[in-house]
Design a protein around this ligand. Structure first.
Ligand SMILES: NC(=O)c1ccc[n+]([C@@H]2O[C@H](COP(=O)([O-])OP(=O)(O)OC[C@H]3O[C@@H](n4cnc5c(N)ncnc54)[C@H](OP(=O)(O)O)[C@@H]3O)[C@@H](O)[C@H]2O)c1
Length: 190
């Protein structure tokens, strides 16, 4: 018997949405999902993707804009009215050598990196079903402290706990929620 082992990982017929995918890790994840056969809608604030992901449809969208993100999900879900995977890779960072961050900077970091992850996941889940999957891109800083960036470390730690909370809340619907916690990867952020 011959087995095409790559076929086990085929995403043909599946639909994925990737937030924070105009460049960097999100763009690479979007390209990877498309390469595995998924129909992929990606988004970021930039009018055009700075690092285009082959085979994906890009839509400008700020993750803090719930109405706009809902429109992207509706388009992605299409007539099948389903989203099989949602990846939240959007992130901002405002490091400061002293470790002092203004209240505005702190709030902005939490808003994009944590609150928006919750809001967008809740929106994407409207089109999800048993065996759908949500992935949050957290960071090694979600478990380890790091100097000079308390807002980022707090947001990523919160995002890790949000993953656990939503995994329990969505478990009864058969929706999986996981986190991907990279170490350092060379992108415009680093
Ligand atoms: N690179 C690393 O070493 C590393 C390590 C651990 C974790 N991470 C995490 O991995 C994720 C991706 O990081 P990266 O290194 O690829 O950084 P990046 O190159 O700066 O990419 C960040 C992405 O987030 C998008 N984004 C930022 N604010 C957004 C908003 N309000 N709405 C929609 N999209 C927004 C950006 O697009 P626009 O500017 O077009 O909006 C961009 O596509 C982040 O969550 C980061 O914290 C990175």
């Amino acid at each position: 018997m011959t087995t095409n082992s790559l076929a086990l990982f085929s995403l043909t017929g599946r639909t994925a949405v990737v937030a924070g995918a105009s460049r960097g890790i999100g763009a690479a994840i979007a390209a990877g999902l498309a390469g595995a056969g998924a129909t992929v809608f990606s988004c970021g604030r930039s009018p055009e993707p700075l690092e285009p992901s082959e085979g994906t449809t890009y839509r400008p969208c700020d993750v803090t804009d719930e109405a706009r993100f809902e429109a992207v999900c509706r388009e992605a879900a299409g007539t099948r009215r389903r989203i099989d995977a949602f990846v939240f890779a959007a992130g901002v960072t405002f490091p400061s050598v002293s470790g002092h961050q203004s209240a505005d900077t702190f709030a902005r970091t939490i808003s994009v990196n944590l609150t928006s992850a919750y809001q967008t996941a809740m929106i994407a889940a409207k089109w999800m079903h048993e065996s759908s999957s949500i992935v949050f891109v957290t960071s090694i800083n979600s478990t380890l402290g790091f100097p000079g960036n308390p807002a980022y470390v707090a947001a990523k730690g919160g995002l890790r706990q949000l993953m656990k909370a939503l995994a329990l809340d969505f478990g009864s619907r058969g929706i999986r929620v996981n986190a991907l916690a990279p170490g350092y990867i060379r992108t415009s952020m680093t």
